[in-house]
Design a protein around this ligand. Sequence first.
Ligand code: SAM
Length: 330
Amino acid sequence: MIDPFGRPITYLRLSVTDRCDLRCLYCMAEDVEFLPKAEVLSLEELERLGAAFVRLGVTKIRLTGGEPLVRRDVMRLVEALGRRLGAGGLDELTITTNATQLATHAFALKAAGMRRINVSLDSLDRDTFRRITRSGDLDRVLGGIEAAKRAGLAVKINMVAMKGMNEHEFDRMLEWCGAQGFDLTLIENMPMGTAEGGRSNQFLPLDTVRQRLARNWTLEPIDYRTGGPARYVRIAETGRRLGFITPLTHNFCEGCNRVRVTCTGTMYMCLGQEDAADLRTPLRASEADAALERAIRDAIARKPKGHDFAIDRRLDQAPRLARHMHTTGG
Ligand code: SAM
């Protein structure tokens, strides 16, 4: 699949649930209402959808949410998609998780063919972690991460940079990731949904963070790219990579290779735009996949050039995008 700007679309981020066991300040409203079950695709429908994308040329699938590992029987889907790795057309199957359920699932993820996973971890301080997640137990998360290591999964940590919240922890996180053998990616807080205390108050440009880090660490420029939006350096002192995802201070759309599908079968061609395609109707209308594949191709033909996120104070009243990340799939 090639989009109107000549970009091959090879990467699907597939949300398997909008539910989560954490309530991160920047991601969800505290009194979030989750979707009724009938609206959410069954595991079989999610598998059919994934298979259709692979037939159309997708080579990498990332499961996300909500928290993908809180979906009941999600391992059935992981195993079914895992069987498409290799000769089935899929090069990589992976997941983004908050690690609360990893102690249970890490070995099964590895056995299903996953090699590396992304774990979201915004703080190494118990109280700060609980404040950001509104409920989370840091020890449980660290236990999950340890289980992933034991299972032989490579771990990359994702940390959303928040002013006044975790900005004193970047050095500590870099050091910890170095000791654990993990890469780290810092992410700018994107304007999705309303955020407690106002989004502009939380926003911390990563240019500033990078300058601060450069006082204590040697940041060596490297060419490493994963096809994603992160730009990497190597930390000479630890040998690990540090990535920066900067949707607000730098546009990262020119090499975009991805689309997102929510757990209700809505396909977003761009994280930062409203245009979407309904895949659930063709999926449920017929057991054959012709209409579904047509709907996917039609949607790719409408993929926009890029997003236009911006943060300013007016956006705290009306965020650039009304939907929260847990709805779209992070
Ligand atoms: N529950 C899983 C997890 O914690 O990784 C997967 C879903 S979560 C929505 C995926 C990622 O989106 C997390 O790394 C989270 O920090 C990030 N995220 C959510 N809302 C965000 C926002 N407004 N700006 C930047 N990143 C955000």
